[in-house]
Design a protein around this ligand. Sequence first.
Ligand code: GDP
Ligand code: MG
Ligand code: K
Length: 298
Amino acid sequence: MQDNFRSGFIAIIGRPNVGKSTFMNRVLGQKIAIMSDKAQTTRNKIQGVYTKDTAQFIFIDTPGIHKPKHRLGDFMVQSSINALNEVDLVIFMINAKEGMGKGDQFIMEKLKSVNQPIFLVMNKIDEIHPDELLPLIDQYKDELNFEEIIPISALNGNNVNHLMDVMEHHLPEGPQFYPEDHITDHPERFIISELIREKVLHHTREEIPHSIAVVIEGIQGDEDSGLIDVQATIIVERNSQKGIIIGKQGRMLRQIGIEARKDIENLLGSKVYLELWVKVEKDWRNRIHQLREYGYNE
Ligand code: GDP
Ligand code: MG
Ligand code: K
């Protein structure tokens, strides 16, 4: 890692189908689609981490910013908007082909209470004539004070590198929060670990503190059988906790595995073979303390 390393949290918001997932896939170089819609059912908010030698971009999923159908929904929208004040950068993505609709207007109205820099990213420019771009930019510019306005095509990659460069300049100097291969090589990694952690906590209640961590050691897909092999380690701080999680004759761990596997299969949409281990690591809590402050956990 060099001096002047930059790192930060970037929220991507926008109406459904504007291309948020396609953009993430392109940035993270993923073959497997990021299941952001399903991820909303977990507490996880990190969609992916992209690390290069000069910067780390941590992309956050902020579901729920759309016109609510019920009054109760207002509260959800507001808490999502509040969350935007805690990131370093907000990307508001729109569909250049469709132009401004009620959905975009609703989001922009809400964004007025956000103090962080907001980038307007106009996606799908491959679908419009270049002459259409300027009038569209003018239209959006009138609605909100955008830090940057950047047209891209997430599909063919046009101008995506430029967007990444500009984002990097706006990130604060900071540490590399996540190891290079963390999440980058498999965005579902984090969600999978959360699903397993959830099952452990559910079965053990108070005996096991929330500070336990689940590390995904590996994920391998077999294209012929369609089976995905997942290896994970549950990390605890004391031997007694290890005993509780494993249970009599391994029964507890087996049950945790069965339930976690079902959720992971739902997430990935394929059959999963899950291998679980339990390991004691005494100062684990201190090491994750910093990550937790930045939303790694809850
Ligand atoms: P999300 O709901 O915002 O995550 O949108 P998706 O990433 O799922 O994309 C919705 C649809 O738009 C998919 O069919 C994508 O292939 C398509 N799409 C995304 N980006 C582009 C783009 O830059 N150009 C074109 N032509 N289509 C795109
Ligand atoms: Mg999506
Ligand atoms: K979490």
